[in-house]
Design a protein around this ligand. Structure first.
Ligand code: GAR
Length: 226
């Protein structure tokens, strides 16, 4: 947990583009309570590494293809993360499944963002599946990570309306914009020491959150109809 005097030391794990990482960098750069101390990618070519370097944030690569088994990869990842002495681990498009060893090592301090209104549409291709189902509502969720894929206790969600003329590209762009706003909100609550998870129950300021977490609305300046 962040202490009262020290900033929350955030390590961000990525696998690709890193647009969520960029949003977190931009949205928290003036926040004295948040210090992004490292960015780690499992893919050497991830564009997010360049984003971190441009922001003068230390980077590391733990390439999963160089390990003969997932346990060795995870141990190397744990070691790299620990070297940054993190308070909080933020998964931002990190596309590896993490075992219970990893999750219990950092218990209560791993967040993930997922492009869907969990518990619906866990896994991949969420936008395509939402469109195929004819849903009128889609969105993004931030949750604490457990060993169940996209399945940990939900902290917060933002809803995004599905429009009649949406295709996968237009819908995914609007959801991604929502993600960019949502993730920083949650990280900020954690850094303020207001957000906790114990035995899979999330509390904000000591009060239990509902199962689907805080239902947040995007500021209208984001230009999103929700
Ligand atoms: C984001 O949409 C994120 O929610 C998703 O990957 C994308 C990464 O984009 N994560 C998952 O699907 C996790 N289950 P980014 O690299 O541009 O931030």
């Amino acid at each position: 947990m962040p202490s009262d005097n020290n900033p929350c030391r955030v390590v961000v794990l990525i696998s690709g583009n890193g647009s969520n990482l960029q949003a977190i960098i931009d949205n928290t750069s003036n926040d004295p309570l948040i210090n992004i101390v490292g960015v780690i990618s499992n893919r050497p070519q991830a564009f997010g590494l360049q984003r971190a370097e441009l922001a003068s944030i230390p980077t590391a690569i733990v390439d999963h293809t160089l390990f003969s088994n997932p346990a060795d990869f995870e141990q190397a990842l744990i070691n790299k993360i620990e070297a940054y002495q993190p308070t909080l681990i933020v998964l931002a498009g990190f596309m590896r499944i993490l075992s219970s060893t990893f999750v219990s090592h950092f218990e209560g301090r791993i967040l993930n963002i997922h492009p869907a209104l969990l518990p619906n549409y866990k896994g991949l291709h969420t936008h395509q599946r939402v469109l195929a189902s004819g849903d009128k509502e889609h969105g993004a969720s931030v949750h604490f990570v457990t060993q169940e894929l996209d399945g940990g206790p939900i902290v917060a969600q933002v809803k995004v309306a599905v429009l009649a003329n949406d295709d996968e590209k237009s819908l995914s762009e609007r959801v991604l914009t929502a993600e960019h706003w949502l993730y920083s909100q949650v990280i900020s609550l954690f850094a303020q020491n207001r957000l906790k998870v114990e035995q899979n129950i999330v509390t904000l300021d000591g009060k239990h959150l509902a199962e689907q977490g805080l239902q947040l609305s995007l500021p209208t300046a984001q230009g999103i109809v929700s």
